[in-house]
Design a protein. Structure first.
Length: 234
């Protein structure tokens, strides 16, 4: 049995994480990758004894609803992923349209606008991830076990993930303040400053788009596993 390919638009071949880090590097000083410990060491720091036991239980998980892989359900969820991403992209592209200032732009209303959008991105991506996992529980033992493993990793890394994404807020605030302050060259030349707020909105938009793909990447991974199981079905 063959199924249609995953949508090509949702996530490009270059890693979403790499794109987000690159965008952060364009607006702030980030530590070099070489200074980070290896992946296994970082995971070891996140997984305590209880988490390890949960991981072992997930590895040995056997569903009470064996079922079979359902191509129609997988395709429906794939379409929902693409639709959700397109809708969120439109919101990101319009995120600053309703901002109005009588004088110089102020950071607080700007921050409130993109934080509200970020909460929507987070909620939608989490709801979709939960929905995909739930569907996998009734699509055979392999996908059911993978869903259990993903749930353990998701729960264990939730605090770390939240901490990492919170750094983006700090970077955006610092970038706003840096762009708002006229450069010495502009002050000496007496020329009017560039439209720094327009630049800030564009760069924040790029950051949000990169974050969106990072948050949707686990969903894409689960759906790719589902498609692989569909393709194995004779």
């Amino acid at each position: 049995m063959r199924t249609r390919p995953m949508p090509s638009a949702p996530l490009a071949q270059t890693g979403p994480r790499d794109r987000l880090l690159q965008q952060l590097a364009n607006t702030a000083v980030l530590p070099e990758h070489s200074q980070l410990p290896c992946l296994s060491e970082r995971l070891g720091r996140l997984f305590g004894l209880g988490d390890t036991m949960n991981l072992d239980a997930a590895t040995a998980y056997r569903t009470r609803q064996p079922g079979e892989v359902q191509e129609a359900m997988v395709n429906t969820l794939t379409d929902e992923l693409a639709t959700t991403r397109r809708a969120l992209i439109r919101r990101i592209q319009e995120w600053a349209d309703e901002l109005e200032f009588e004088g110089e732009p102020e950071f607080e209303p700007v921050q409130n606008a993109w934080l509200a959008l970020r909460r929507r991105i987070t909620a939608n991506s989490r709801q979709l991830r939960d929905k995909v996992r739930k569907s996998m529980k009734i699509q055979g033992q392999t996908l059911a076990r993978l869903a259990e493993l993903d749930a353990v990793f998701d729960h264990t890394m939730a605090g770390y993930t939240s901490q990492c994404f919170s750094q983006i807020s700090r970077v955006l605030e610092q970038h706003f303040q840096a762009l708002q302050t006229p450069s010495e060259q502009t002050q000496e030349s007496g020329q009017p400053p560039e439209n720094w707020f327009h630049r800030y909105c564009e760069e924040t938009q790029i950051m949000l788009l990169a974050e969106l793909d990072v948050r949707l990447e686990p969903v894409l991974g689960l759906l790719e596993a589902c498609h692989n199981e569909v393709n194995k079905t004779p």
